[in-house]
Every structure is written in C-alpha cells, then in structure tokens.
Design a protein around this ligand. Structure first.
Ligand code: PLP
Length: 482
C-alpha cells in the first residue's frame, strides 16, 4: 500500500484519447504477429496507468479486494485452468467440481442448509454459476416468465419491484417481454411493502427486492415482502448481488440486518455476486433457486439439432472455466473466517465514513447505511453566491481530487461503496478530508460548468427521455470508435 505522500499516480483520462496517442491502434490485424514480449510490456504499461487509482482506495466499489497477494493467487488459479470450458463436462470434470461447489457454498451461506438434504442434494437449494450479476438476474427473471407461462398459463407476465432495484431487472423486462411494475420506495428509501402488495395481480410471476439495492444501499424489508409473495403464491427474488457475501457475515457479527435468504420460506431465488464481495476475479456470479423444479425453467435443451444433443444451463454456451477455478480458489482460500474478518473491517470503515459525512451539516446521509453510503446536499445548504449546494458539483470536486464515486439520480445523490481497499490505513481519513475540502470549495466558488454536474443537471430536466437515451447510445458508440 502506498502512503498519502506518493498518491500522485496519473489518473487516466475518461476518454480513450490517451491510449490512441500513446499506443498503436489496430484497425486491422497486423500482417505479422507482434513480439509477445512487446505485447506484454504494453499490457503492463496500461495496467500500471490504471492500477494506482483503485489500489489506493480512490474508487467506489469496482475492485472489492485488490490485495496484491490475493490478486496474484486468484490469477494463478485462472492461469492453471485457462483452457477449461465448463460446457465440456467430459473434458473438464474439474470445472464441474468447482461450479457445483461454488453453488453449494453460496447456497449454504445464504440459508440453504436446512432445506431438503442441503445444497448439492437433489432436493436442496440449487443454482448455476453465471458471468455476473446482470446475467444472474436475467436468468432468474426468464425462469419466472417461463414458469408462469408453463405452469400457470400467464401470457402477459409482470414483475413487481422497487424503483431502486438494479437496472438489470429493466433489461430483463425488456429482453423477455415482462411488464416491470416499478414501485416508488418509502420516504426511508426502502421498498414499500403495501404499495408492492397492491401491484401484485394474477399475472405477477415474481416480486423483487434487494439486499441491499445499488443506489442507497438500504436493505429492503425482505421478510415482509417474501411473506406477502408466499401468501399470494408468486415467486420472490432477493437480489443479493451486492450484499450476498456481506449481509450473512454482518448478521453473524451482530449487526441489525433483516433476514434476506432461504431461511424465509417465501424466498424462491437469490442472485449473489462472487465477483464483488466474494473476492473472485471479474466474471462470475451465482443464481440460486429454492428447488430444482424452478431451476429447470432456466435450462435450455435442443434434441434435434444436427450439431448433436445440446443443453446449456445459462445463456452462454462455452464459458471460461478458468474464472470458475479462480472463483472457487478465492472462496476456499477466504473461508468463513476470512469473509467474517473482511466484513468486520468493511463495516467498521463504513461506520467511520458515515459518521464523518454526517458531521458535515451541508450533507445528508440516506438512512442508516451498512457499507454503501449514499449522501446528498442537506436541505437549505447554500453556496456563498446563494445557489443551493449541488451534490454533483461536490462529486466533480471529488473527481478532481482523484476519487471515483458513483453518481445517482432521482434524487440527485452520490455514493461510496466501501470495499477492502477503503479499510487500508489512512484511506477513510483521506476520503473525509478530501470531502470536506470539496464541499468547502463548492460552497465558496462559482460552478465550474464542467464535469458531471451540468450533464446530470440537464439529463434530469429533459422531459423527452428518448433524447437522454440517444445520448447514452452515442456514448456507447464512442467506446468502440478508433
Ligand atoms: C444490487 C445489484 N444488483 C445487480 C448488479 C449487477 O451486477 P453486474 O454489474 O455484475 O452485472 C449490481 C451491480 O453493482 C448491484 O449492485
């Protein structure tokens, strides 16, 4: 870990321009392959440009462990199994072992032990390994759509979910023709149980909540919602992509968190990301189901394809077995004690940061956060020139100080998702000092007119949302422009 004194590492430009000028750009394959040594040197150079910012704890979420020894160990596990493909179970029984055990360990951690013969048994909680939270969520939503269609004859399915649920649910609704019934949260920024109950009807295939949701990090009242879903006879999905590997340990550490998992009889599926607080490499997540009958609605089979009898449990065909090996290695090397200790450190740091933000009267923290700390400008907070304090200007002032926070909107806010990076000595103190500085700067000066503040300000006020969507499309096009 580097000290405060040498935190002058270059922050990469948000655009790709820097790489265009400093590295060769390939519009087509090079006529002759380049030297491996030079390629590796170039890869290393880009890595070195990008590493300092996340390693030194300037980034919200994104890299959840990042300890050099841990990263090296996970990379070794990947390298050993880099050629493996879980689709070919005959060639790589190791991948079958890794994935079945990743699923079982996650299910056990999330309340699956007391169900049937336990995770891994034919009547236990089951699941599959996926490529990430968005895939886990989409698979689960497709599963409920297909179950509704085949078991209940639901042709126009809907899902009922708080507006704070992750964008991946909107993507699933779009991709699978499910109506999304978005319900505004309560004043306390958690799911509104009564309003959600009112939205459930005969076409509802699933009710969704999060532990915690991405924006404000405040766990939904899952026991009440899951009981409601059970009573109404509909599926219930806990999105624990973010908190799946934190909340169970927080509970063990004595924190006041609601039960969110399969111990609640109404919970029928859970998404939990191994590539976040499971501390695996990016590219794995787990989707769990209460029973195999439900999981069967996720599977795909084709029996008359000339390419042979084909089946795949998720969306992908071939998949990177090396990532499953790395995930398995991360989980087994952490163990319960490792996750408990990591969670203890994260929650202690988050408490310090929360207290520090609350100490600034111009800022307001949303609720009582666990490890995702969302905050905004306090009502009445005013700059020297009389304009109300704009939290996006604070966000921009933090960016100028090297920080990469998450900008939220509706309402305007930002959050810091605390990871192990922030538990390193001095990081929380530096965050609070920089935040105090940033707030003072915005309070004292005129708006800079650059950065995210004007963009978010405009995006929020444009009534025609297709214009905003078009801007996002242009933004994505730019990612692929040489
Ligand atoms: C609560 C929650 N659900 C789902 C996701 C989506 O995960 P991914 O980015 O791995 O697709 C996230 C990502 O941050 C999340 O916070």
């Amino acid at each position: 870990m580097t000290s405060d004194a040498d935190r002058t590492a270059p922050v990469p430009e948000p655009s790709l321009a820097q790489y265009r000028s400093d590295f060769e750009t390939y519009h087509r394959l090079p006529a002759q392959g380049r030297s491996r040594a030079r390629i590796l040197a170039e890869l290393q150079e880009m890595h070195d440009l990008e590493q300092a910012r996340w390693e030194e704890g300037f980034v919200s979420g994104a890299v959840y462990n990042g300890d050099a020894d841990h990263v090296d160990f996970v990379n070794q596990a990947y390298a050993i199994h880099s050629q493996s493909n879980p689709l070919h179970t005959d060639l790589w029984p190791s991948a079958v072992k890794f994935e079945s055990e990743i699923v079982a360990m996650t299910a056990s951690m999330l309340g699956g032990d007391g169900i049937g013969g336990g995770p891994g048994s034919p009547d236990g909680v089951c699941g599959v390994v996926t490529s990430g939270g968005s895939e886990s969520i989409q698979l689960a939503m497709k599963t409920y759509r297909d179950r509704g269609r085949s078991e209940q004859g639901v042709e126009r399915p809907n899902m009922v979910l708080p507006t704070t649920a992750h964008a991946a649910f909107a993507k699933a609704a779009h991709n699978f023709g499910i109506e999304a019934r978005w319900i505004a949260p309560t004043d306390g920024w958690v799911a509104d149980v009564d309003a959600m109950a009112d939205a459930v009807d005969d076409h509802t295939v699933v009710v969704v909540s999060s532990a915690p949701p991405f924006p404000h990090g405040l766990i939904d009242p899952i026991p009440e919602l899951a009981a409601m879903a059970l009573e109404r006879g509909v599926g219930f999905h806990t999105d624990a992509c973010l908190g799946g590997f934190v909340v169970p340990w927080a509970e063990r550490l004595g924190h006041d968190v609601p039960v969110c998992d399969f111990r609640l009889p109404g919970v029928t599926s859970i998404s939990a990301d191994t590539h976040k607080f499971g501390y695996a490499a990016k590219g794995t997540s787990v989707v769990l189901y209460r029973d195999q009958a439900l999981r069967h609605h996720q599977y795909f089979t084709i029996t008359d394809w000339p390419g042979g009898l084909y089946c795949s449990p998720g969306f992908a065909g071939s998949r990177p077995g090396g990532l499953s090996a790395a995930c398995w290695a991360a989980m087994v090397s952490m163990g319960e004690a490792g996750y408990l200790e990591a969670t203890r450190r994260i929650l202690a740091t988050a408490a310090t940061v929360t207290a520090g933000i609350r100490a600034r009267p111009e800022l307001r923290v949303f609720g009582d956060p666990l490890f995702v700390i969302a905050f905004t400008a306090a009502e009445g907070a005013t700059c020297a020139d009389g304009r109300p304090l704009d939290i996006y200007e604070v966000y921009d002032a933090m960016t100028r100080r090297g920080w990469a926070l998450n900008g939220l909107h509706r309402p305007a806010a930002v959050h810091l998702c605390v990871t192990l990076r922030h538990t390193e000595p001095g990081v929380a103190t530096r965050f609070l000092a920089d935040l105090a500085d940033a707030v003072d700067e915005v309070l004292a000066g005129p708006p800079t007119g650059t950065g995210m503040a004007p963009i978010y300000g405009m995006a929020d006020t444009v009534p025609d949302r297709t214009l905003v969507a078009d801007a996002l499309v242009d933004h994505m096009d730019a990612w692929f422009r040489l």
